[in-house]
Design a protein around this ligand. Structure first.
Ligand code: SAM
Length: 275
């Protein structure tokens, strides 16, 4: 059964699952995803056992709320669907619920109703994106039960990536999709990310992945296609592949930026191999 994420997330990897799923190993023990976001790859693979983490508390609340009580969560989301308006959006945005289900419903609703699905917080960590243009927000028709059922096999952690990767053992699969930063910032997007994920974090990630690989874990890491990232992962036994989110057939000449992303993998698929 095809499952799609319930959050819309910057840097989401649905395009990767649609075009490059052959790069993901089929056989592994546990699936470990330390930069969860909307969990596109998790929902694509639907692993029986998973360890999921993110340093963003709103992401983790959303996943925990879905796992713990999807019936109640669905009912709260249908309330938001019914009540959706300018006033309702800003009223929900200003709340700070204690309850897990309310926290999850709040962030899933705001994520769906905000401007362009952007996630941004102020200096105090409070979500501050204005309302988007949609007059209706629709939650019925989504299969919350299947997503909640899949999440029963997952541990969900509010955590820095390193602790999850350090937990990876022989036969586990680590899929790491960090915010993209490079050593020399020439471009505004990467510079913005630098505040969230510094070059020292890229190095910390690479070394954690090297240790996990040495313990026998399988690694798939997506990253910026930049010489500094290539150098960081060179000569460590990984295969580095250029990938593009844009289809060469459908992309217009302007939007076509071939091979703007890099995939770093420990177990590249071999021709004719059943994975
Ligand atoms: C590119 S997004 C992942 C997108 C995801 N693959 C998807 O398909 O939606 C990167 C994620 O890393 C998280 N993150 C940033 N720094 C982190 C850290 N030090 N440890 C764990 N997660 C972190 C962000 O909150 C964000 O959700």
């Amino acid at each position: 059964m095809i499952m799609t994420p319930f959050l819309k997330w910057a840097g989401g990897k649905r395009w990767f699952t649609q075009r490059y799923s052959h790069l993901l190993p089929k056989r592994y023990s546990r699936y470990i995803e330390p930069f969860l976001g909307s969990g596109s790859v998790f929902f694509h693979l639907q692993p029986q056992q998973a360890v999921l983490g993110d340093s963003n508390p709103d992401v983790i609340s959303a996943f925990q709320g879905m796992k713990e009580d999807w019936v109640q969560l669905r009912s709260r989301l249908l309330d938001h669907q019914r009540l959706h308006s300018n006033a309702h959006y800003y009223a929900v945005r200003s709340t700070v619920p204690d309850d897990k289900t309310e926290q999850a419903a709040r962030i899933i609703y705001l994520n769906r109703a905000c401007f362009n699905g952007i996630y941004r917080v102020n200096r105090h960590g409070v979500f501050n994106v204005p309302r988007g243009t949609r007059d209706t927000i629709v939650f019925d028709g989504e299969d919350f039960q299947a997503k909640a059922q899949l999440l029963q096999g997952a541990q969900i952690h509010l955590a820095d990536f390193e602790s999850l990767i350090d937990d990876a053992r022989d036969g586990d699969l680590v899929f790491a999709d960090p915010p993209y930063t490079v050593r020399h910032n020439l471009n505004g997007f990467v510079k913005y990310n630098e505040k969230l994920f510094a070059w020292s974090d890229q190095e910390r990630l690479a070394y954690a992945l090297f240790r996990a690989y040495a313990r026998g874990a399988k690694i798939v890491c997506t990253n910026a296609n930049h010489s500094s990232i290539r150098e960081l992962y060179a000569d460590r036994g990984f295969t580095l592949l250029d990938v593009s989110r844009f289809s060469p057939i459908s992309a217009s000449a302007d939007s076509r930026k071939p091979f703007e992303e890099l995939v770093i993998i420990s177990d590249p698929p071999r021709e004719g191999e059943e994975r």
